[in-house]
Ligand binder design. Structure first.
Ligand code: CMX
Ligand code: CO
Length: 149
């Protein structure tokens, strides 16, 4: 059902400084940046492996853009650090339904838009041994991607 680690989300206070650390220390380059208004973040995606065609794993660096956002709340309580892990799946709807049926709280009724036009939902950390867990279908992994007509 879940086929890989899609990304690890890291909460940071200053995106540019954190990106500079990852570049200087490991040589990772930013593949993509965006603002996700709904999630209340400015983010940078650093690709660890895989290609533009799929199978990639990422580090997702997250800077809050609003004080009432989940990442801002997390930073105020815990400081910078690992905020969530995201498992990749070809079928986020099915995976969320299956996990929900096992008694885990799924935070959204329908998956929402995540980085790079992925579809995402979250599982409550209190039901996952303290880990905020994201389920994600990357745009490239969605059924029908690349087909025409
Ligand atoms: N990891 C582990 N535990 C977490 C957590 C996290 N990231 N965030 C909150 N918690 C814990 C808190 O520590 C707290 O536990 P205690 O009561 O024992 O202290 C409990 O969950 C409630 O936390 P809270 O600070 O009161 O926060 P809320 O209940 O308001 O929100 C949550 C928690 C998970 C519902 C909210 O963070 C959420 O909706 N997250 C999903 C969306 C998101 O994180 N978006 C940003 C990333 C976007 C992306 O990946 O693209
Ligand atoms: Co994420």
């Amino acid at each position: 059902m879940l086929t890989r680690i899609d990304h690890i989300g890291i909460a940071c206070r200053d995106l540019d400084t954190t990106v500079a650390f990852y570049r200087a220390t490991y040589g990772f380059e930013v593949h993509h940046t965006e603002v996700n208004e709904e999630q209340g973040v400015r983010e940078a995606m650093l690709r660890i492996n895989g290609t533009d065609d799929g199978g990639a794993s990422w580090i997702q660096l997250l800077e809050p853009i609003r004080e009432d956002s989940p990442v801002a709340k997390w930073l105020a309580k815990h400081g910078e650090g690992v905020h969530h892990i995201a498992f990749g799946t070809a079928d986020v709807d099915g995976a969320a339904q299956a996990v929900g049926a096992r008694g885990v709280r799924v935070l959204y009724d329908e998956p929402r838009r995540g980085s790079m036009d992925s579809r995402i939902t979250f599982l409550h950390p209190k039901d996952c041994h303290g880990v905020l867990t994201e389920l994600v279908t990357a745009a490239q992994d969605a059924p029908g991607h690349g087909e025409h007509g």
